[in-house]
Design a protein. Sequence first.
Length: 301
Amino acid sequence: MIRAAYLAAEGFEAPLGEELSRKGIAHRWAGRLALAESPPVHAAWALECWNDPRALPAGSIREGADALRAIQRNWALLPTAHHRRAALIEARLPPVKAPPLAFPAPAPSSHLGAWALLEPGTILASATKTSPFPGGAPRFVEDRDGPPSRAYLKLWEALTRVGLHPGPGERCLDLGASPGGWSWALARLGAEVAAVDKAPLDPRVAAMPGVTWREGSAFALEPEPADWLFSDVICYPARLLTLVRRWIAAGVVPRMLCSVKFQGGTDHDAADAFAAIPGAVLFHAAENKHELTFFWERPAG
């Protein structure tokens, strides 16, 4: 009996499979879905977890659609196999209404189920999952003119996933900021941004109200008071872990959001060390490449 299904981003099945194996979770693959008979757990490399999977009969197109509609209205198809048959079942279901988010609008609060046609006569469906977005991937109303790169989408997704973002007047440190995609996004929220990098910001970002650039290394910066610390620095995970621990120990920032970038193979030991920090959440966002997003909030008390 399948008790959990973990969805990997395209091309990142290997790190998810390795993570599950390290957790002692036996699994088999159906496309990008890792199917497990053990109860669901948090998996950093999963875009989402289907935490209530069940097998439904689909002896006919109508039977499959009726079985889904008998549970709830809203379903998103994950294509894995038998694509034509799955598309015919999908056509009998209400269309998925998932318009792009206008950041910083919150994520949808209503449940969106997920289903896949594992065999011609068998649907795997989960009425609930850990992400409210189809395939665990939010879409945003993009700004194709203002930001200097597409890095802002990664930040938008991360802040949407954690359900928090800086407000007007909050002080943010953006380490490794150049060319300024994250600084642009933070300044758009009305935050005061100190961007730290050896390279200058894009002139359009540097000219934004509330943005200042400091020439220097993120790792040479002494901890200082701020409302948020952000880092999209390219470095080995172990070096970022040292920086994160130093800032947490200093007690000068209540929240951090950092990209943990892997070079070569996936350093699962380092990922485990980030995840073990009290108050931390570690996840792979749809906009991430071979990296994880680390969010930390100072525990209450």
